[in-house]
Write a protein that binds this ligand. Sequence first.
Ligand code: HEC
Ligand code: HEC
Length: 213
Amino acid sequence: MLAAILSASVLAPIAPGHTADGSSIVTNGSSGAPACASCHGQKGEGLPADGYPRLSGLNAGYLVHQLNSFADSSRSSEVMSPVAKGLSPEERQAVAAYYASQSAPPAIDQAANSELAATRGRDLATIGVWANGLPACNQCHGPQGEGVGAGFPRLAGQSAKYIENQLTAFRSATRQNDALHLMTGIASKLDEADIKAVASYYAKLSITAGKKD
Ligand code: HEC
Ligand code: HEC
C-alpha cells in the first residue's frame, strides 16, 4: 500500500511551468487577472480608506472560499468578481497560500473611532446582547477576534470601513456565502451605530493577540 502511494507520487506528472506562483500573481497578475498588490499591497496590508481588505495572515482555506464565492456570485463585488473569475482554481490556491503566509502589520486606519471601540464596540464583540438574541462576535471569531480555522475569519486588525461594508452586505444579502447564513442572522440584528462601533473595535485590536493561524 505504502509502496503504491510512494510510486504514484513519484510518477505523478509535473508539467513544467504549470505550477502557479502566488507571489508572482500578487506582483504581476496572471494571464486572466490583474496584480493583487495594486489594491491589497504586496504583503496584503490592505488600503483601509478605500475599503480594500487586509489579506495578510488570513487562513488560506478562508481566502480560497472567498475567491470561489466572488467567482460564483454568492458574494457580489463589481471589483472582485472579474478578478476571481480570471484566476484558475490552482492560481486561487497559490495566491491564498501566499497571503496566508504573510504577516504585515495592519495599515493605519483613520476611520476607526477609539471611543466607540472602547465602549459599545467592545461590548458587542465580547459580550453580545443576549436579550436581543445576539451572541458575542468572539464566540465564533475566536476569544480575541483572531479567527478559527477556515470557517470563521480573523477580524482583529481588519479595517473599519471594510468590516462595515461586509456587515451591510450580509444584511442586504449581497453576500450570501456564509455557512448556514450565520452572519445574515447576526448582521440583521445590528443597527448603523452598532456596525460603526464593532468595526472600530476590531480595527483597533492587535493582530498578535491570541494569534493562531
Ligand atoms: C482594483 C482593486 C482590487 C484588485 C486588483 C484586487 N482586489 Fe481583492 N478586493 C478588492 C475589494 C474592493 C474587495 C472588497 C470587496 C467587498 O467589499 O466585498 C476585495 C476583497 C478581496 C478578498 C476578500 C477578503 C476577505 O477578508 O473576505 C480576497 C480574498 C481578495 N480580494 C483577493 C484578491 C486577489 C487574490 C487579487 C489578485 C489576483 C485581488 N484581490 C485583486 C479590490 C481589489
Ligand atoms: C454564530 C457564529 C458567528 C457569530 C456569532 C459572528 N460571526 Fe461573523 N462570520 C461567521 C461566519 C460563518 C462568517 C463567514 C465566513 C465565510 O465567508 O466563509 C463570518 C464572517 C464575518 C465577516 C467577514 C470578514 C471578512 O474578512 O470578510 C465579518 C466582518 C464578521 N463576520 C463580523 C462579525 C461581527 C461584527 C460579529 C458580532 C456582532 C460576528 N461576526 C459574529 C460567523 C459568526
